[in-house]
Write a protein that binds this ligand. Structure first.
Ligand code: NPW
Ligand code: K
Length: 350
């Protein structure tokens, strides 16, 4: 999804927000919310710092050393203000600014508060911390980290203690999920306002560790419609679906899967099994090269030959246009009861 791109799904198709299904917004939207908060005098950095301090206290015991690693922007400000909060609560906190002095007003204020609260400014880490806050770069990362940043990141990745990334692991592109050069390998990430796409794709899941969201109590009315959703169904979502006791497989819609050229039967099977596990009533696979009579793990799947006109042209067109949408309807797809309302999608191929 590009910045400013059309929503991934039409709005009416976005499932409702739950713990398993969180909205994703563009970085431009997050910046817009930040502006609104500024205009309303809402102290987002204070709220972020409170959430960070609470999270840290769940991870360490009092007396263990904490290090706040702070860059020059507001991500560093989050780390410094959290350090101030923790010091005020009686924790032992050092702050390390390997890239230089804070460069934003909020970060400068956080820096002053940290010093006033008793945080010790160090020019290099004194001891291995039990927990380090990664506040080098957040959504403001604009280029690959330079040598000084990479040296700090390498040091951080070498500690045995907990590495708590603030907003995103430093060095990870919050939009694309790509690492260029170096990035923090966090044990945990506390992200603010909303999930970032970069935490969910490419290198993001490996770099971020467990991701937790601090929404910072933004008034719901401020949020525009989501641009996408982080949909995380559990292994058997069907038990969550409200269903009548006398329901049957014809009550829950039909899914047709086309695929399974020679040597590729697995992809079609996985797609069809996923459809079953997310609640589809009938799932029919049209195999381009029939190789199976039954799926032994999911015998309820209906296997069939691929639809007309012939497997070969269909196979070519699918390979040449991955991600395209076919409106052709296979013969026998769940009979006549799934017709006009059907949506046909292929899976994108890397
Ligand atoms: N949005 C929100 O609502 C909220 C935001 N909050 C927090 O603010 C964060 C965003 O803050 P931000 O905009 O100040 O950017 P940030 O990530 O600190 O980085 C900018 C600094 O890094 C520098 N820099 C960049 N790339 C570099 C590189 N490769 N190598 C070296 N330097 C590089 C860049 O320097 P410059 O490019 O200007 O020379 C600048 O100094 C956000 O992630 C969240 O933690 C929360 O407080 C609450 C709500
Ligand atoms: K960070």
């Amino acid at each position: 999804m590009r910045a400013g791109a059309r929503p991934i799904l039409p709005q009416h198709r976005l499932p409702p927000e739950t713990d398993m299904n969180r909205p994703i917004h563009t970085l431009a939207t997050l910046r817009h919310i930040e502006t609104l908060a500024g205009q309303a005098g809402m102290p987002l950095m204070d709220r972020a710092a409170g959430a960070i301090a609470d999270r840290v206290e769940q991870r360490i015991v009092r007396g263990e050393p904490i290090l706040a690693l702070a860059g020059r922007g507001n991500n560093g400000g989050d780390a410094l203000l959290a350090a101030a909060r923790l010091a005020a609560r009686g924790h032992r906190v050092d702050a390390w600014l390997p890239l230089g002095e804070p460069a934003t007003d909020d970060a400068r204020r956080a820096h002053a508060q940290a010093l006033a609260a008793g945080v010790t400014l160090v020019v290099a880490p004194r001891t291995a911390p039990a927990l380090a806050l990664d506040g080098l770069f957040g959504i403001g990362l604009r280029r690959a980290p330079d040598a000084a940043a990479c040296a700090a990141i390498d040091w951080l990745n070498g500690i045995s203690g907990h590495r708590l990334a603030l907003d995103v692991p430093s060095g990870l592109d919050a939009w694309s999920g790509q690492v260029t050069g170096c990035a923090v390998a966090a044990t945990e990430t506390l992200t603010f306002l909303a999930d970032k796409p970069g935490l969910l794709t490419h290198d993001g899941p490996d770099q971020a560790g467990d991701v937790h969201l601090a929404t910072l109590d933004i008034p719901p009315a401020w949020w525009p419609a989501a641009d996408g959703a982080c949909y995380q169904p559990d292994d058997d979502i069907t038990h969550r679906l409200a269903r009548k006791q006398n329901a049957h497989k014809g009550s829950f819609g039909c899914v047709a899967v086309l695929g399974g050229a020679t040597g590729m039967t697995g992809a079609a099977l996985l797609a069809a099994r996923a459809a079953l596990r997310t609640g589809a009533g009938k799932v029919r696979i049209g195999l381009l090269e029939p190789a199976l009579a039954v799926d032994p793990l999911y015998p309820e799947l209906m296997l069939d030959d691929a639809p007309a006109p012939s497997p070969t042209p269909m196979s070519r067109s699918w390979r040449s246009a991955p991600g395209s949408v076919s409106r052709r309807r296979p013969r026998n797809c769940c009979g006549t009861r799934c017709s006009a309302a059907d949506r046909w999608c292929s899976t994108p191929t890397p």
